[in-house]
Design a protein. Sequence first.
Length: 278
Amino acid sequence: MPELPEVETIRRNLRQGWGETPSILGRRIDGARLLWERSLAEPGPAEFLKRISGQTITEIGRRGKFLVFSLSDDWLLIHLRMSGDILIEPSNAPVGPHYRAVFELEPDYRMVFNDARKFGRIWLLQQPQSLLGRLGPEPFDEDLDSATFHRMLNSACRRLKPALTDQSFLAGLGNIYTDEALNRARLHPLTLTNRISPVEACRLLASIRETLEDGIRRNGTSIDWVYRGGDFQNYLRVYGRKGQACPECGTQIERIVVGQRGTYYCPKCQVPAGEIRI
């Protein structure tokens, strides 16, 4: 957490505003404070504080799980990792215990990077591709058709779950949405990627997109105290539902560990390759 739908929800809220919180698009950054310097990945603190002051936020985008702020001179990238969040609040609001960086916005607001577990990171770069170029394609990329996706899977020669959560393979998926997409596609998480047929690759890509679209439409999944923005948790098919009935066949959902991650699947709908289960 958070994954693509949660990051996209935050991006949209920052760009458009939500409730009584205004959009920050077009606002000037009058100054910044680093309350925990290790949140800053690049450049050094002194250069960061000097360069970012006076820059204007010209666009707010997303690449995979990265928030991408286009500034008047540089690019500000933030990766929320496990517990990061972005808050917009009045400049005179009390400083919270988990604030790691504060960006003063004209005329009287501030953007806060809040991160309880301290895993999130901030970059200020002249060219974002030096970091974002390491990512795989976006799931919604128009150039990513089923044939291309099938070639990617066949060349990977890995288990499906670790491949799909590898950001250099496909950007944006994490534990929750991978389990959900594999269930929709009726594919076992331990299936080898080079055993996926063209038809299965087409079905999997469609399932990934449908799952992410549902997550975005419902403003993400709120299953942790860190992120409380959406209600997709009320529509999960398998994730976190060990022992509960599969919505398709009624079989009890099982949990295994794949790549050190808890993984949920239906043993009847998602049969390992080469097996037939009735």
